[in-house]
Ligand binder design. Structure first.
Ligand code: PNS
Length: 195
């Protein structure tokens, strides 16, 4: 049986333990850390998988949350993306971290609160990502101060890889090998829009 120890931590010590600003809160050393990794994942790239793998070193549970965006015409449907994600995450090193695939609509912070998540994970590839990500993180913090955004950097090899570029290169007949899992590339080729 797991014994739970409650501590009252000072702001600095809380940061040391959890790397987040839960300053002055009564906290629990064995509390489960649940993160949400949101995105369009249209399609999931090796860069996304790299972030998930890294996130597994920090969190006990990661919910990979696909945004349902009725304003966009996606390459893959939500159902297809959910299935694809569920399959490809089986291939990554996730230690004892539980990985869950879901979809959501509306405000991300509302969904995060509903799912009782502590953290939103976002990948930052280059400085160009930072400005938009900072705006989102600060807006999300304003809307829901209890939820922290954690930025993670993928391996350098994926620093230029995005779903948008992968689709563009693919649709123009370029090679996308190594940018997405082989199973995803195969599914892209089966699409009527694919080659
Ligand atoms: O894969 P993407 O397109 O970079 O993901 C963007 C995403 C899904 C994280 C962002 O668009 C989002 O959170 N949308 C949900 C709506 C919302 O909460 N908007 C306010 C953001 S501050």
């Amino acid at each position: 049986m797991q014994r739970e120890i409650e501590l009252f931590v000072t702001p600095g010590y809380a940061n040391f333990i959890f790397g987040s600003s839960i300053s002055g809160h009564r906290t629990n050393l064995f509390a489960m850390r649940r993160a949400i990794y949101p995105g369009s994942f249209d399609p999931i790239t090796n860069g996304h998988l790299d972030i998930i793998e890294r996130g597994c070193k920090l969190f006990d549970e990661i919910i990979i949350a696909i945004l349902i965006n009725p304003d966009k015409k996606p390459f893959f449907t939500i159902e297809e993306r959910r299935e694809m994600l569920t399959e490809v995450i089986k291939e990554i090193e996730h230690h004892s971290c539980r990985l869950i695939v879901e979809d959501f609509r509306g405000l991300l912070v509302d969904y995060a609160v509903e799912r009782e998540a502590d953290v939103i994970v976002r990948g930052i590839r280059a400085i160009s990502d930072y400005e938009y990500e900072l705006q989102m993180a600060l807006m999300n913090r304003r809307l829901e101060p209890r939820i922290e955004t954690v930025f993670m950097m993928p391996a350098e090899a994926y620093s230029y890889v995005s779903s948008r570029l992968v689709k563009e290169v693919f649709l123009l007949g370029g090679k996308i090998e190594g940018l997405v899992p082989a199973s995803i590339e195969a599914l892209m080729r089966k699409k009527p829009t694919g080659s």
